[in-house]
Design a protein around this ligand. Structure first.
Ligand code: URP
Ligand code: ZN
Ligand code: ZN
Length: 470
């Protein structure tokens, strides 16, 4: 099927144009000058013409940090690949990179196959995987090389969650050396988990068991220290480093310093760290704060974390916005920690709202339009080996295209969202701008406030190496 999208403003990471976009089958085949006569502009030949007047025409969002149906904290994340990827599509995201998980003693390959099986035939949009290496040993290190050859080109390690995922410094260094050899990207959960556990135990001994204590014990110093340590280890290991879900100004300072010195260090933040805070959200009355328990945690509103993170997004010390979508319902999931914040499953659901929430930064003059696209689509695709197939509107790329209506206004609510989640961390937030139409590899899957896709439309993406390797 050929489709011509005309009348809109095409936004890319490098600016705006009034081009018409011609799609043939699954791909973008041409960007055409507006004002061409119909015969020249191919309109006559297009089987469908979509009028994008008044809309932005942007590349589909690329969310490089999701956890569909992750077993974690004694339960399983409430979105599976079907519901989670459909919700992503509603919010203008057409690619996710989820995390396959290997725990200590498990075979990396078996674990990857399990995650492949969970996703295959169920996704609404295209998907790839990173691999969590929870047990760095001779075998898993060897497997990293094979995975890179097969399109899993990034590996998440943890300095947090002792006894679950934590790698010690020696293991981290070995994994970095391995990545230096195979071209993989090391993604780091940078928090000092052993120190956090000491404070957490002391808090509970004092009877401080409410959700807000999750934020008190996961101190910014622990994020900053771990970020610094990860950067030093990456320097010695000669590997590129990508810090995930960065939330604290102090950690951002570490990244900025490393980048200023020319280190191949990158970081992402997530909407929750730009919009939510420790006192109002983690400290919500009763057990309400449990909805906001995630790691790294929300930071205090009495410092400048939000402002500093927006600044980091402007200056490129933060290169990507992902969601770290890891939803747990209040009922029966977050409730596991009613008596002890340590037992609240860690995670916030937000895969549906990233593109909208970051667009608010454009409205509030925190970032420009092109930077919005760069942060939500282009750089994530480049960072994780999907560009130019994803993340850009240009001939040859997949026709993953979103029409975004800047004139529409609406309010986020769990009553109307599409995630399998009984609450919304962003409940009541008023948004300017809305996803109007979503095309995934040439098929229109969201239009007129309805989902027109089918589970299994989404294909597995074998990824290349990061384009940020040096
Ligand atoms: O709270 C979080 N972030 N849950 C998901 C697991 C992780 O550390 O990314
Ligand atoms: Zn993490
Ligand atoms: Zn995560």
């Amino acid at each position: 099927m050929t489709v011509l999208i005309k009348g809109g403003t095409v936004v890319s990471a490098s600016g705006q144009s009034l081009n018409e976009v011609l799609v043939d089958g699954e791909h973008i085949v041409a960007l055409l000058q507006p004002g061409s006569t119909p015969a020249e502009s191919a309109e006559a030949g297009a089987e469908r013409v979509i009028d994008a007047t008044g809309k932005y025409v942007i590349p589909g969002g690329v969310d490089v940090h999701t956890h569909m149906e992750l077993p974690f904290g004694g339960t399983v994340a409430s979105d599976d690949f079907e519901s989670g990827t459909r919700a992503a599509a509603w919010g203008g995201t057409t690619t996710i990179i989820d995390f396959a998980v290997q725990r200590y003693g498990e075979n990396v390959r078996d674990c990857l196959e399990q995650w492949m099986a969970k996703a295959e035939g169920n996704c609404a949009i295209d998907y790839g995987f990173h691999m969590i290496i929870g047990g760095v040993d001779d075998q898993s290190l060897k497997e990293m090389d094979l995975l890179v050859d097969e399109g899993i080109t990034s590996f998440k390690l943890f300095m947090a969650y002792p006894g679950v995922f934590l790698s010690d410094d020696g293991q981290i260094l070995r994994a970095m050396q391995q990545a230096a050899g195979n071209g993989g990207m090391i993604m780091m959960h940078a928090e000092n988990g052993l120190a956090i556990d000491v404070l957490a135990e002391q808090a509970v001994e004092r009877g401080e068991t409410d959700p807000i204590n999750h934020g008190y014990v996961r101190r910014a110093e622990f994020e900053s220290e771990a970020t610094h340590r990860a950067i030093q280890l990456a320097k010695v290991g000669a590997a590129p480093l990508y810090i995930v879900h960065l939330s604290a100004s102090e950690a951002l300072e570490q990244v900025a310093m490393a980048r200023d010195k020319g280190a191949n260090v990158f970081a992402e933040t997530c909407p929750q760290y730009l919009y939510l805070n420790l006192e109002d959200h983690l400290g919500a009355p009763g057990f309400g704060g449990a909805a906001y328990v995630c790691s790294t945690p929300l930071r205090t509103k009495h410092e400048h974390h939000h402002q500093d993170l927006w600044k980091g997004l402007r200056t490129n010390d933060l290169s990507v916005v992902s969601t770290d979508h890891c939803p747990f319902c209040m009922k029966e999931q977050k409730e596991l920690g009613l008596d002890d914040f340590r037992a609240i499953p860690n995670g916030i659901g937000g895969v549906e709202h990233r593109v909208d929430l970051i667009y608010q930064g454009v409205r509030q003059h925190e970032i420009g339009l092109a930077r919005w696209v760069e942060l939500c689509a282009t750089t994530p695709a480049r960072m994780f080996g999907l560009y130019p197939r994803k993340g850009v509107i240009q001939p040859g790329s997949d026709a993953d295209i979103v029409l975004y209506d800047p004139a529409a206004g609406w309010t986020i609510s769990a009553d109307s969202h599409h995630m399998n989640l009984d609450h919304s961390a962003y409940e009541g937030i008023r948004l300017e701008g809305k996803v109007d139409l979503v095309m995934s590899r040439g098929r229109v899957i969201i239009e007129h406030d309805a989902y027109h896709g089918t589970k299994g439309d989404g294909q597995y993406l074998r990824r290349g190496l990061s384009q940020y390797l040096i």
